[in-house]
Design a protein around this ligand. Structure first.
Ligand SMILES: *[C@@H]1O[C@H](CO)[C@@H](O)[C@H](O)[C@H]1NC(C)=O
Ligand SMILES: *[C@@H]1O[C@H](CO)[C@@H](O)[C@H](O)[C@H]1NC(C)=O
Ligand SMILES: *[C@@H]1O[C@H](CO)[C@@H](O)[C@H](O)[C@H]1NC(C)=O
Ligand SMILES: *[C@@H]1O[C@H](CO)[C@@H](O)[C@H](O)[C@H]1NC(C)=O
Ligand SMILES: *[C@@H]1O[C@H](CO)[C@@H](O)[C@H](O)[C@H]1NC(C)=O
Ligand SMILES: *[C@@H]1O[C@H](CO)[C@@H](O)[C@H](O)[C@H]1NC(C)=O
Length: 820
């Protein structure tokens, strides 16, 4: 037998180098052979290894399978609930009755469950991580698989392994977490498919849900990013509406795994190109809104809001006191009772992960209007929606009873819109105010807005100005739900002095265009304090209003403003403090750049894009940053990007711009031509800066001071030339060569070039930038030649020395620039 011969060769090799005890036989175990502690099977291409091990600090032995290159990562355990003390003899063997057994001190403690018995059983460890017992009848006949470890998942879901939820066929396969890092016995959490007519995947603790990936919307689970995507593209098998099996196909070139850990977190890991380290590709729950029902019944969780939980329109907190103390678990109740006979109305909430499907009714062929009629017919129906996003939205899903675990979704154009039943009275008075994330939509309702203004009598002046209108509307909401408009903390001058050691020079961590930044200490918390210079032109109330507006801009990719301080002419802003440096100190640093692998850089790019999208579109005010640059991106402890200094140009720069003509707030190298030359700024000038930042991240080179003197080109020009010659990959930072994903790099460069187009109208807007970055296979427009600036000034380019850290600014007046 070919395999046997191979084993013999291996044995001979091993024998000759004194490894007698390992001499079992490559990837196979034959009858009458045993595996004892210290011996292992290794799959053909050295991917997986199987044998006895002791996890962590444990002194118990288990039979398991792990990656040969990362032996700490155990993907399967046979006797997870039957630990074997290390003092006892243990062995794995194919017993005389041809079943696989583990015996401890001569007593069988674990054996395989198999329906058939093999005539000529052979145990083999495959490169997929599957341990199979096959019946090797003779050379020519195919082998029957009698038993396989893939049928008995532990806490890890491997490509090629099926998750099954076929209750009719009595078959279920799911993951159960380990109890602890050194105890593989059943832990508290289960990751599985849940099938109640409409499918979802869930993490459970006992019978209680911890996390829901959202319902199956025809393409993906509605509460998680769409797939197929570059790292997750499962094959799904349905029986009617029920998902009965899910399998991520095996691909020998990419190692990945999904693991539910002891604390109920679900990780998708990917191995790097050198195959020696695992990176986290995604983790669930991702944030507090992903936890199960953080806002209680009829509440919706919006991760980017200062106060995460809101009640649906027409609902108010069940207990205002609890709500004010940020205990949202009791959720919301109707302000006015429904009146089924007189006819109720529906409030649309756009772009959400649908509430949990506890009591529901499903028809996959009805249209939305039929669905609405169906819901109106039944007085117990609380909401309706299209369950499927296919064909522009299809089918009918009705909810009965409480609406639990609703959250916003990131996808800019999510088609998951739900219609919530409220009293007819409710609708005419409040007109969907709590669904106003989308400004485009608001613009289409001028008539309704004027109507509201007459009902409440406060909004008339606002109608002529979008900004003021929004503010006033928020006030109205605030009276309905009190706690919404949190006052910004006003810090005492003495507190700030104490925190910064009287603005001591030693505490300076940056010098910016709007003033120096100090590091400070509030009892336990570290803060960053920006002392604004020359803002005396601005009145006190005006300053406070602006700062409160900036503080409302809350997003995971924006630095948080914690408060301010006003003392005489002094104006001080207090920010969260980020211990890591700014992005330029990584990207342009010989050593630190290697910390930014390609997946990390891609995450950072997408994070910056999300933050900017929020400033441009999602937030309640449109903010143009005007000074976006690599040194204005700060990194938190996990290297997540946070945009800093947003809103300041609006607050302070604008006033100065009117006071002094031609004063442009911005930085060489990042400014769009029309802004640098004519002071014309718009979201498109920010897009230009975003493009430069993006190209700097990919290339690891500064646009300004870029030294490629073969042709003395700027980075943008260089990028454009290489792109034209189809040599895009030559642009990439060399230290990414082990981690990069070619299609992503190409996409990033193309998007970068589109962002730095000479004419503002040729540049995309932020939602398209995000879409293009995030969509594998998206057809991107062809960029034209970018807009370049020739610098006449010879000011120096700063470098990342130890002393220069966050918050540094290079804002300046620009008078001597020319465009080509
Ligand atoms: C295993 O060993 C037993 C006795 O040691 C022997 O009778 C039997 O034939 C062997 N089986 C195989 C498959 O070699
Ligand atoms: C095989 O033998 C072991 C003991 O040697 C026993 O525990 C197990 O139940 C047997 N399995 C079958 C299918 O007979
Ligand atoms: C074998 O099956 C029995 C009954 O279905 C079950 O109780 C037992 O835990 C199974 N053993 C293993 C090792 O899977
Ligand atoms: C191999 O097995 C097949 C199926 O069991 C059988 O038909 C065939 O005769 C066997 N060949 C030999 C050489 O034993
Ligand atoms: C779904 O709705 C369509 C159209 O109203 C109807 O013809 C069909 O019978 C319904 N199916 C079920 C299962 O109720
Ligand atoms: C609505 O729910 C109540 C209480 O659960 C039940 O008694 C009643 O029959 C339901 N009505 C309809 C129309 O389903």
């Amino acid at each position: 037998m070919a395999l046997f011969q191979l084993n013999t060769v291996l044995c001979a090799l091993l024998l000759s180098s004194n490894f007698l005890e390992f001499c079992v036989g490559g990837d196979t175990l034959l009858p009458n052979q045993t595996i004892v502690v210290g011996q292992t099977l290794i799959s053909e291409n050295q991917v997986f290894e199987m044998g006895f091990f002791s996890p962590g600090k444990s002194r118990n032995r288990y039979l398991g399978i792990w990656y040969k290159s990362t032996p700490d990562i155990v993907v399967w355990v046979a006797n997870r609930n039957e630990p074997i003390p290390d003092s006892e003899e243990v062995l794995l063997a194919i017993a005389a009755n041809r079943t696989l057994v583990i015996s401890r001190a001569g007593r069988v403690i674990w054996w395989m469950n198999a329906s058939g018995v093999a005539a000529n059983p052979v145990l083999q460890l495959l490169d997929t991580g599957n341990l199979v017992l096959v019946d090797r009848k003779n050379e020519s006949s195919p082998q029957d698989c009698i038993w396989q470890s893939f049928d008995y998942p532990t806490d890890t879901w491997l490509p090629g392994m099926k998750m099954i939820a076929d209750i009719d066929a009595g078959e279920e396969k799911y993951m159960i977490s380990w109890k602890d890092l050194d105890d593989p016995s059943y832990g508290d959490y289960v990751f599985r498919i849940e099938n109640h007519g409409l499918s979802q995947t869930v993490i459970l603790r006992g019978t209680k849900k911890r996390f829901r990936a959202g319902h199956w919307n025809g393409i993906y689970f509605g509460g998680t990013p769409p797939f197929p995507n570059p790292i997750f593209n499962p094959e799904m098998i349905f029986k009617g509406e029920k998902l009965i099996s899910m399998l991520e196909p095996y691909d020998s070139s990419i190692f990945k795994r999904v693991t539910v850990d002891k604390s109920g977190m679900l990780y998708l890991y990917i191995m790097n190109a050198r195959k020696d380290k695992w990176n986290i590709a995604s983790v669930y729950p991702r944030d507090p809104c992903d936890e199960y029902s953080p806002c209680g019944p009829y509440g919706i969780c919006r991760i980017d809001r200062a106060i995460r939980c809101e009640c649906f329109t027409g609902f108010a907190p069940k207990s205002q006191q609890d709500w004010d103390l940020q205990d949202w678990s009791n959720g919301c109740i109707r302000i006015r009772p429904l009146n089924c006979q007189r006819g109720d109305r529906f409030v649309e909430v756009r772009g959400v992960k649908y509430p949990d499907i506890l009591q529901f009714w499903l028809n996959s062929s009805m249209s939305l209007s039929e669905c609405k009629a169906e819901c109106l017919k039944n007085c117990n129906c609380t909401a309706y929606a299209n369950p499927y996003i296919t064909s522009g939205g299809s089918g009918c899903l009705l909810w009965f009873g409480d609406l639990i675990d609703t959250r916003d979704v990131n996808e800019a154009d999510s088609k998951q819109n739900i219609y919530i039943r409220v009293s007819a009275l409710e609708v005419s008075e409040t007109v969907e105010l709590s669904t106003d994330l989308d400004k485009e939509k608001e613009k289409k309702r001028p008539i309704k807005l004027i109507l509201i203004s007459m009902v409440s009598g406060v909004l008339v002046s606002g109608i002529f100005n979008g900004g003021i209108l929004l503010m006033t509307r928020r006030k109205m909401r605030a009276t309905q739900k009190k706690n919404e408009d949190l006052e910004l903390p006003l810090f005492k001058w003495t507190t700030i002095l104490a925190a910064t050691n009287n603005f001591s020079k030693e505490n300076v961590i940056g010098e910016g265009g709007f003033g120096p930044v100090y590091r400070g200490n509030f009892s336990a918390e570290e803060i960053a304090v920006k002392r604004l210079s020359r803002t005396s032109g601005q009145g006190l109330e005006e300053f406070k209003t602006e700062v409160i507006l900036i503080a409302k801009l809350q997003h995971r990719n924006l630095i948080r403003l914690l408060g301010c301080c006003i003392e005489g002419e002094e104006r001080v802003l207090v920010y969260e403090y980020l211990p890591n440096k700014s992005l330029d100190c990584f990207v342009f640093d010989q050593i630190r750049r290697t910390l930014l692998t390609w997946p990390k850089r891609f995450d950072i790019i997408v994070g910056i894009a999300r933050g900017l999208l929020y400033l441009h579109r999602d937030s309640r005010l449109k903010i143009i940053h005007r000074d976006l640059k690599t040194s204005n991106i700060l990194l938190d402890g996990n290297l997540n990007p946070k945009i800093s200094d947003f809103g300041l140009a609006r607050t302070f720069g604008e006033n100065q711009a009117t006071a002094r003509t031609k004063r442009v707030v911005g930085t060489y190298g990042y400014m769009a031509p029309e802004y640098a030359m004519n002071g014309k700024f718009s979201v498109k000038s920010d897009i230009f800066s975003m493009g430069v930042v993006l190209l700097e991240i990919v290339t690891g080179k500064k646009n300004r001071g870029f030294d490629h003197c073969a042709h003395c080109h700027s980075l943008l020009e260089h990028a454009w030339l290489l792109w034209k010659e189809n040599k895009t990959l030559e642009l990439m930072d060399e230290c990414l060569k082990d981690t990069f994903v070619e299609s992503e790099v190409r996409r990033c460069v193309q998007v970068g070039l589109l962002c730095v187009q000479k004419y503002a109208e040729d540049r995309p807007v932020m939602p398209s930038v995000l879409f293009m970055l995030g969509t594998e296979g998206a057809v991107l427009p062809e960029p034209k030649e970018p807009g370049f600036l020739i610098e006449r000034s010879s000011s120096t380019v700063r470098s990342c020395t130890a002393a220069s850290t966050n918050y540094e600014k290079e804002t300046m007046s620009i008078t001597d620039l020319e465009a080509r």
